[in-house]
Each structure stands twice: as C-alpha cells, then as structure tokens.
Design a protein around this ligand. Structure first.
Ligand code: GPK
Length: 825
C-alpha cells in the first residue's frame, strides 16, 4: 500500500520559511493569482490548503499504519455532523498558527479577516450532530482507528434570520466559495437501489435468500474530510456521501426531441437525495425523502466498510472482530437489515450466521426520552421503497417473537409490545426496536436517561436482555470548547497548572482547585471573563444593534427551541424581572443581560411564535429607559457552532431548565460549566452529574425531579391552578396576554398564552415559583463577587470528567473493545 516511496520525498516543510513558500506557491498554482491581486477568498483558500497539506501527510501515515496493523475499526454512522469551523482547529492541531500570524502580519492581512470565509459545515441540527463531531475528535486524539460516515448535504441547517422578530429561514449554501477541506474519492462510489420488487433466488429455492431488482439506482460519491487528533499523528477521516444520478439517468431520447428539461428529470430526482438536511430536531416528519436519505447513507457506508474489510481480510468469520458499527440514534438503523441483505442475498451467507455477524457488529446509541422522537416508518412506505428490507424485517421479527414467546409462554401482550411492527390503522416499523434487537450494546447518553430508558421506553427489552444496556455519559472536546473558544482562560489555566497537559487529560483541571482561594488568581479569572464579555458585547452589538454592559450578569440560554427545554419558563422570568422593575423603579437591581440563541424547526409553529415573543420582549425591554438600565435581552440570530464558541466563554449563568426526565443529556451544559459559568438547572440529563461533581454548593438547583414531574402528570396537571395561586406568575402571563409586547394587540400572542394556561405540556408553570426564587439566590451569590469567582473556578476545576476523551475511552473499553494504533512521525 502506501509505502514511503509512493509519497513525495520531502512532503511539507516544518519551518516558517517552508510554510511561507508553500503559501505563495499554492496561491499561484492553485488559485492562479499573486499576493498583489489576491481576493479574500483566494487568501482563505490558500491558507486552508497549505495547512491541510500538513494534515494530508499525517493522514497518509495513518492510513499506512492502519493497513499494516489491520486493526479492529470503529465505524460511526450518523446522519448529522456539526463540525464547526475548520481553519483555526487545523492551525492548532498542526501547531502552525505561530507561523501564520507573522506571515499574515507581513502581508498586511489578518487571520480574522480571512476567517469570515471559513463557513462551518452545518450538517446537523443540534446536540446529536455536535456530539458526533466531538466523538470523532476524541477518537483521533486517542489514536483509535475510526471512520465517520455521513451525508454531504448540499444545503445544511438553514440560516436563521429575523424579520419583524419572526424567524425566517434562508438556505445554507455552505459550499458557495468551494470547500478546501474535502477530498473527492469518485473511485469509491457505490450504487444504491430503491423501489422495484423481489423474487426467489434459484440458488436457494424456497429459502430465505432472495433477489431484489430495484426500480431506481442512484450513485453515491464519497468525499472525505480530515479529522486530526490533537497532540498525535493520527488523522482519521469522515466520509460524506453525495447522491449522483447514475449515467443512464440522462434521457437521451427526450433530449433528442427537444425536451431538454424533462431529459434531466431523473438526474434531479436522484440528486435530490443529498440536497438538504431535514431541519427537525427530535421530532420526525416521516417523509419519503428522509427515509431515502437514511437508506442512501446506510447502503453506501456498508458497502464501503465491506470494501475496506476485504483489503486485508477474506471470508466472513472475522468480520465482526474487525468491524464495529455505532448507530447514532435511529437514523441509520436500516443498516441492520442492509447488512443482512448483503450477507444473505449478495454473499450467500446462511441466515443464522449472517444474523450472528450482524448482531455482533452493531451497537446503538439512543439520544432521547421523547417517545415521538423514536422513529417509526409506515410499513406501506417501506414495502414500496425497500421491498426486500421489509421482507427481512418480517423475518427478523418472526425469529425474535419466537424468542419472546419462549421467554414469556402464554403472554400475548408481550409479543405485541415488543414487536418491530406496531399494529394499528397504519402499521409501522419501530426503528428503535429493530436497533435493540440487532445490536450487542444499547446505550443512553447520561445516567438518568439510561435509567429511564430501561424503566420506560425500552423497559421490556431491558428486562429480556439486561446485559445489553449501558450508560455512556456524553462529553465535549476541550480543544474546541476551551482551548480554541477561550484562549485567555486556557492561558490562565496552563499558567496555573504548569503545562498544557490538561488539553488531553482534562481531569488535571482539578489542580485549579487549590487556586480557587488565591485572591490574585481569582482576580485574573475575573479579568478573563470580563474581557470575554467585552468581546461578546461588541459582537452582539454588531449582530443586533443592542448595546450590552459587559459588567452585567451574562445569563445565557443557547440551544434549539423546544417546548421541553422550556425557553418559555426563561421568558416568564424575564417578564417577572420587568414587572418588578416597573413596580419599583428606584430599587437596586442586579444588572443582567439575558442572551437567547437557537433555531426552531421551520414547521414547529409554537416555537416559532415563542421566538417572535422573545424578540418582542427584547424590543420592549431594550428601548424602555427604565428597564434597560437594569436589564437587556438579546437574541443574535443563527446560533451555530461558531457562535457557541463566542458566547460560551462569556457566560456567567448557564440556563439548563428542561422539565426533569426530558433532556437526555445536554452538552451545552458541560461546555458552559467548563468555561466557568454557573448552572441554574433542574435534575435532568447530565445536569445531575455536573452537580454531583461540582458540588451542590456550586450549582443552582430548582424544580421538580423526574419522579415528581411524572407524579404530577399522573395526578392530573392543571396549569391554571398555578397561574391563579401565584401573583407574579399571573402578572407575567397577563402581561403577555395584554398585548404589551404587540403594541396592544391582544391576539398576537394569544396562542402562546393559551398553550401555557391550558396545556403546558412540560409543566413550566409548576416550576415557575421555584425557578424565580432560585434566580433570586443567583443574584445574592453574584453580589458576593469573591464567592462567585470561587464557584466559577471550582466549576471548571471539577468538570474534567466531561471531556469527550473520557466518553470515547468508555465506549472503547465497554462497547467497542478497540485498541489504539500509534502512527509514527
Ligand atoms: C436528541 F433525539 C435527539 C435528536 O433528534 N437530536 C438531538 O440533538 C440531543 N438530541 C439530546 O436532546 C441532548 O440531550 C443530547 O445531549 C444530545 O442529543 C447528544 O446526545
């Protein structure tokens, strides 16, 4: 394979002079221009490829080392990746920023000016997609042989803009300037079938092996992006599939008779598969194209995995020893049936052996507790789109239900509850059941969620197969979310700890604990936060025109808009603060800036209305001279990874206020605590584990726990009773109802008020009093600057556990059973 002599003898240089020479040469030969006439995009692109070349060299050595070792590989299948900007990361990981700075200065350009062209690939919705990116970062950092598979959406998550305060979605044309970070690999393209029919296989008359003749075929062309490890030579890849029409799709006959547009109908239809990311977080629209996307990802990736396996192995008996596939939520779960189809139909492996291989190969991560987020697909749709897969699902279900009946003789309800097929007017395939049945290990993403999964959603499976259930608490990469996002704090930490070892061994942050009582260190800590808040204030002013006071308490709620996350509760608190100031304008108040960030799914009308209301409240607060003296509300549009990196280092208070038992884990909670923000939160998701580690004294806890919430719901929840019993709550709701945020129009936000008073699905009103009182405690703590600083330092010091390196180590040891392969320099 990749012998040293097949690479350029001297690949890329390792001095400032080499780097500068390569830059000029790349500008000239790749962009066809010179320093004198280069545009901004020319400059960005050239810098990007010059840095990238340093990674290519490492990647070639990684591929060679992997080939030589023939190790067990982790294949991560995910419909979403939120990688964030690439340039800064790759400068850091190649340690070349120290050269780029002086060179850029010399040429009179700034890195910051070039960075505006570094568009983040928004190939995901939220936490699930960002987690995938963090895990890949840690896999490479830990030298684990791994490949991430995904879809190269032409349009990623929409750009959020506000018009009259309303969310307006614009397409995310993220490759407009070209993408210097990806490499096409057309030789590794795959063909994917859809529709058609199945027939008996003459080689297996009457048996389980059958032939599928698809009615449509589409090509998948991979491109890869490099995923470097930090502080190591390993560079893994993420392979993203793009749909292309197969060559036959061009209709020459129609073209010949002048039907030029109709001639490309099939091409357009095929290429639509990877056209756009579905912008729904946690709730599924269940559309045919979405299922096509999912199968497209799965079919391309599995064939690629088999191709790679066969480079060094033959036969099937070692497949499950060399290959472990992680299914990121239910989106790629059709892979279970596809591997069965490939083994049984295409490779002639017997059913039982194929099932054994399949089951040993897959593992499944569940990221939710919301029943509506567990995908199901109509049987009729599957029968049409993937007829052979539907047959395989029936067969898997048949053997599975035999097992269930054997385990629970005489129990007729159990097979009905556990079946892959959900009966009813419209029969549906339950993807989560298929995932659990087809996997070795199933995991939740925080302790509470894993426990609740086993007690509720997947209870019957947890009873039948307790050994399959695991918890692996999420984590975040300290490289991007501490070192890159917060260079000032990183420097302070490195100074205090003596070296940068914490970047790959985050538990070393414990060493900061002793500094928490040092007044000088505290002052330095505060100074960093203050500077970060100054930077944020400038960015917020540019984005929204609203001035914010960098000395005010920075209270941030950054996450997708979802009822269960309860932005409405935060808003009720904001309105309560307003009402208090209005009632007594002369009193003293803790100055506060409330920052919201997040998108709502375009079809999620209730949340789009809430966004409109947040903006309306912001408009009233920020322009009222009395209110604005104490309070500002800002909502910079288009929250994404790039913006997260700006906001998180400047936050004082982290809002993690979901209804207990609904947020699977959260990862923003970890990023904020790691950057010294204090959390106000419920006992939900990973909040619980954060509080356990930072200490109850350093965490603002409020509200019902999951048990209390479940009990209240069961006893018959009436939001109206809370409204009537609490004067401030009533006033807050009435303020909305009065039209105060709609120039007197009482109808404008009536649906929001109605939802609060008559449904309040996530019981925000029940937690209102505890929340508002807890916010008063927050302000008491804030007034004691020294105490607050100490709490902040201790949050950072004690959050080392939440590194995604730890998460990946747990997956490696308990689920993947993989070992690192070192790559020599
Ligand atoms: C969970 F089910 C889903 C989904 O469709 N999208 C998504 O982002 C999130 N998630 C959870 O809501 C978070 O609690 C969790 O931290 C994150 O996945 C990563 O596990």
């Amino acid at each position: 394979m990749t012998e040293a002599r097949h690479r350029p003898r001297r690949t890329v240089g390792d001095s400032l002079e080499d780097f500068e020479r390569d830059l000029i040469s790349n500008l000239y030969y790749q962009r066809g221009t010179t320093i004198e006439s280069a545009s901004g995009p020319d400059g960005y692109h050239t810098l990007a490829v010059t840095v990238r070349d340093r990674l290519v060299d490492r990647y070639a050595r990684t591929a060679a080392a992997h080939y030589a070792a023939n190790p067990r590989f982790v294949y991560y299948l995910s419909a979403e990746y939120l990688l964030g900007r690439q340039l800064r990361q790759n400068l850091l990981y190649t340690d070349t920023e120290r050269w780029v700075r002086p060179i850029a200065e010399d040429l009179g350009v700034s890195l910051e000016a070039l960075e505006v062209y570094d568009v983040e690939p928004g190939l995901g919705n939220g936490g699930l997609g960002r987690l995938a990116a963090c895990l890949l970062d840690s896999l490479a950092t830990l030298d684990i042989p791994a490949v991430g598979y995904g879809i190269r959406y032409e349009f990623g998550i929409f750009k959020q803009t506000f018009r009259d305060g309303r969310q307006v979605e614009r397409p995310d044309d993220w490759t407009f300037y070209g993408n210097p970070w990806e490499f096409p690999a057309p030789d590794d393209r795959q063909l994917v079938g859809f529709y058609g029919a199945t027939q008996p296989d003459p080689r297996d008359p009457g048996g389980l092996r059958r032939v599928w003749v698809p009615g449509e075929t589409v090509r998948g062309e991979p491109r890869h992006m490099l995923v470097p490890g930090y502080g190591t030579q390993t560079v893994n890849i993420i392979r993203l599939w793009q749909a292309r029409a197969s060559r036959e799709s061009f209709d020459l006959a129609r073209f010949g008779v002048g039907q030029y547009v109709e001639a490309v109908d099939d091409i357009v239809r095929a290429e639509n598969i990877s056209k756009v990311l579905y912008p729904d977080d946690s709730t599924e629209p269940g559309r045919e194209l979405r299922l096509k996307q999912q199968y497209f990802l799965v079919a391309c990736s599995l064939r690629d995995i088999i191709r790679r396996y066969r480079l060094r192995n033959s036969g099937w008996e070692h497949f499950a020893d060399k290959v472990v596939i992680q299914l990121n939520d239910t989106h790629p779960v059709m892979a279970v049936t596809e591997l069965m189809r490939l083994l049984v139909d295409e490779h002639g492996v017997g059913w039982d052996e194929a099932w054994d291989i399949t089951r040993r190969t897959f593992n499944y991560t569940c990221h939710t507790l919301l029943p509506e987020a567990l995908e199901t697909w109509p049987v009729r749709l599957l029968e049409r789109l993937l007829p052979r897969h539907m047959e395989i699902i029936y067969a898997i279900n048949h053997f599975f239900l035999e097992e269930v009946r054997a385990a629970y003789p005489g129990d007729t309800d159990m097979p009905r509850r556990m079946s892959i097929i959900q009966e009813g007017d419209e029969r549906r395939v339950r993807m989560a059941h298929l995932a659990v049945i087809g996997s070795t290990a199933v995991n939740g993403v925080a302790e509470l969620q894993t426990k609740l999964l086993a007690e509720t959603t997947l209870h019957d499976f947890a009873v039948l197969w307790p050994e399959r259930f695991h918890n692996v608490t999420n984590g975040v990469t300290p490289r991007r979310f501490l070192r890159m996002a917060n260079p000032r704090l990183s420097e302070l930490i490195t100074g205090a700890l003596g070296d940068e070892g914490w970047l790959t061994d985050l538990e070393r942050l414990h060493g900061l604990g002793t500094h928490a009582d040092d007044p000088d260190f505290r002052a330095a800590w505060r100074a960093v936060k203050r500077q970060n808040k100054g930077d944020l204030a400038a960015a917020v002013e540019r984005a929204t025109g609203v001035l914010i006071d960098p000395d005010a308490l920075a209270d941030v709620m950054i996450k997708r808009f979802h009822e269960y996350k309860r932005q409405q509760l935060k808003l009720l608190h904001v309105i309560t603060m307003m009402n208090r100031i209005r009632a007594d304008p002369q009193a003293t108040y803790v100055p506060r800036t409330v920052l919201f960030g997040g998108k709502a799914a375009p079809g999620y009308l209730a949340m789009k209305q809430l966004i409109e209301l947040v903006n309306a409240v912001a408009g009233v607060v920020n322009t009222d001279p009395v209110l604005a003296r104490h309070l500002r509300v800002v909502f910079p549009p288009d929250y994404n990874v790039t913006k997260a990196q700006f906001v998180i280092p400047a936050a004082d208070l982290s809002e993690q206020i979901s209804l207990a038992g609904k947020e699977a884990s959260g990862t923003g909670n970890m990023k904020l605590a790691l950057n010294g923000a204090l959390t106000i939160g419920t006992l939900d998701g990973a909040n619980i584990e954060i509080r356990d580690r930072v200490g109850a004294d350093n965490f603002f806890l409020f509200g019902m726990d999951a048990q209390a919430a479940a009990d209240l719901r069961r006893s018959g929840y009436s939001p109206r009773a809370y409204y009537e019993a609490d004067f401030e709550l009533r006033l807050a709701v009435d303020t909305i109802a009065s039209g105060a945020f709609a120039k007197g129009d009482r109808d404008a936000f009536a649906p929001v008020v109605d939802a609060m008073l008559h449904r309040d699905e996530y019981m925000a009103l029940a937690d209102y009093r505890a929340y508002v009182d807890c916010q008063d405690t927050v302000e008491q703590a804030w007034l004691d600057t020294e105490r607050w600083t100490r709490m902040s330092i201790l949050n950072t010091a004690r959050c080392g556990f939440f590194s995604s390196d730890r998460t990946v180590r747990e997956y490696c040891e308990r689920i993947w059973k993989v070992d690192p392969v070192r790559v020599n320099p």
